[in-house]
Design a protein around this ligand. Structure first.
Ligand code: HEC
Ligand code: HEC
Length: 337
C-alpha cells in the first residue's frame, strides 16, 4: 500500500487519522470503520434511515455529515452535553448499548495489529516520533479527530456566489435563496448561513435545538418514547422533541432526513414545513405533530406555488459540493487505485 498522494498537504496526525477513519480493524469484528457510516460519497453519511452498527443492530439515529465538523460546538442529534470531538468520539468507539464499533471489547488486540503493520509503524513514527508499540488508545482518538477536522468543504455554487460570482447561481436558485430567507419561510433563522446550522454560532441551547413538529404521540411524552431528543438529557418536558438544527450543506446527497431518517426526500421535507409540521396518520407514531406543544414558533406553515417549491429545492441543491472527492485525502486510502 502506498500513502495517498494528496495526504502530504496535511498534518501528520491527520494523515494517520485518515487511515484509521477507514480502518475496519477498529471494530470488534472488523466489520465497520467510521467511514462505514460516514462515507465520502454521501457527504460522510451512510444513506440509511438509521445507521447499522458492527453487530448488525440499528442505532437510534441517522448518521450526520462530518463535512465542516470543525466548525461545530455541539455534536450528535439530541445530547447538549457533547460539546467536544474528544467527548463525542467515545460514543462510536466504546458505546455498548447499542454497541457501535466495540473498540474496547478488545482494545489490546486492536493496538497489537497496529504495532505489527509496517504502514502504521511508519505513519505513527512520523506523527509521534515514537515507535508504534508505544501507541495508546488516546493517540488513536487524537489522530481520527485531527483527520475529521480537516474535512472542510466550501466549493459549492452557493460558495462561489458568496465570493462574488453573480452567475454561480441562476435566477431560479437565487429566487430559492430569497424564499429560504423570507419572512414567510424563515428557514434562515434556524439554518443560519453560511453553514446552515446554528451549532457553530452560539451556546444558547434554545437556538441550537428545536422541535419542528414531526410527532405528537399520545401518552408518550409526545415523541416516540424510545427517542424524545434533548428532553431525555435535560429531563425538562419543554425539551421533549427537540433535536439539533442540522447543517443543510450537501443535503441533496444526505437523504434520508431528520434525526430518525423518517423523511425520504427534500420535497417531503418542504411539504412538512409548509403544513407547519407532520401529521402521522398511522402506525406506532400516529398523531398530529403540528399540534405538539413544544413546536417552535417559527414553524407556522406557508404556501408555495409549484415553481417556488422547485426554486427552493434548486437553491438547496446549490449547497452541494463534491469537489472534495478529487482530493485523495477525502477518499478511502485502502481502495485499489
Ligand atoms: C454504525 C455507524 C457509525 C459508526 C461506525 C460511526 N458513526 Fe459517527 N455517527 C453515527 C450516528 C448515527 C451519529 C448520530 C448520533 C446520535 O446523535 O445519536 C453519528 C454522529 C457522529 C458525529 C457528530 C456529528 C454531528 O454533526 O453532530 C461525529 C463527529 C462522528 N459521528 C464521528 C465518528 C467517528 C470519528 C467514527 C469512528 C471512530 C464514527 N463516527 C463512527 C453513526 C456512526
Ligand atoms: C425552528 C427552526 C427551524 C426552521 C425555521 C427550519 N428548520 Fe429545518 N430543521 C430544523 C431542525 C431542528 C431539524 C432536525 C429535526 C429533527 O430531526 O427532529 C431540521 C431539519 C431539516 C432538514 C433535514 C436535514 C437532515 O440532514 O436531516 C432539512 C432539509 C431542512 N430542515 C430544511 C429546512 C427548510 C427548507 C426550512 C424552511 C422552509 C427549514 N428547514 C426551517 C430546524 C428548523
Amino acid at each position: 500500500m502506498t500513502k495517498s498522494s494528496q495526504d502530504e498537504h496535511y498534518d501528520t496526525k491527520a494523515v494517520l487519522g485518515h487511515y484509521l477513519f477507514f480502518e475496519k480493524r477498529l471494530s470488534y469484528n472488523q466489520s465497520k470503520s467510521c467511514a462505514s457510516c460516514h462515507s465520502p460519497i454521501f457527504a460522510f453519511t451512510d444513506g440509511y434511515r438509521k445507521s447499522v452498527a458492527a453487530n448488525g443492530e440499528n442505532l437510534l439515529h441517522n448518521a450526520p455529515s462530518l463535512l465542516n465538523i470543525s466548525q461545530n460546538r455541539f455534536f450528535d442529534w439530541g445530547n447538549p452535553s457533547v460539546t467536544t470531538l474528544e467527548n463525542q468520539i467515545k460514543r462510536p468507539l466504546y458505546q455498548t448499548h447499542p454497541l457501535e464499533m466495540g473498540f474496547d471489547v478488545q482494545a489490546e488486540k486492536l493496538i497489537a495489529f497496529f504495532c505489527q503493520d509496517s504502514l502504521y509503524q511508519s505513519l505513527y513514527q512520523s506523527a509521534f516520533h515514537k515507535k508504534a508499540d508505544q501507541c495508546s488508545v488516546s493517540d488513536i482518538e487524537a489522530c481520527i479527530i485531527a483527520y475529521i477536522k480537516t474535512l472542510n468543504s466550501n466549493n459549492s455554487p452557493y460558495d462561489m456566489f458568496l465570493k462574488g460570482n453573480q452567475h454561480a447561481l441562476n435566477a431560479s436558485e437565487q429566487n430559492g435563496l430569497k424564499l429560504f430567507s423570507s419572512h414567510q419561510l424563515k428557514c434562515n433563522l434556524c439554518h443560519i448561513p453560511p453553514f446552515f446550522t446554528s451549532a457553530n454560532l452560539t451556546n444558547n441551547l434554545d437556538s441550537i435545538y428545536a422541535n419542528i413538529g414531526l410527532y405528537h404521540v399520545m401518552n408518550q411524552h409526545g415523541y416516540p418514547a424510545s427517542d424524545i431528543g434533548m428532553g431525555k438529557i435535560t429531563a425538562k418536558p419543554q425539551d421533549n422533541g427537540k433535536f439539533k438544527i442540522p447543517s443543510l450543506r450537501n443535503c441533496m446527497i444526505t437523504a434520508p432526513y431528520m434525526h430518525d431518517g423518517s423523511v425520504n426526500t427534500l420535497i417531503e421535507v418542504i411539504d412538512i414545513y409548509a403544513s407547519g409540521g407532520r401529521n402521522v396518520l398511522n402506525g406506532d407514531a400516529k398523531g398530529d405533530g403540528r399540534l405538539h406543544p413544544n413546536k417552535h414558533q417559527h414553524i407556522q406553515g406557508f404556501e408555495l406555488s409549484p415553481s417556488e417549491k422547485r426554486d427552493l429545492i434548486l437553491f438547496l441543491a446549490s449547497l452541494t459540493d463534491t469537489s472534495y472527492l478529487n482530493d485523495s485525502h477525502f477518499r478511502n486510502p485502502f481502495d485499489v487505485k
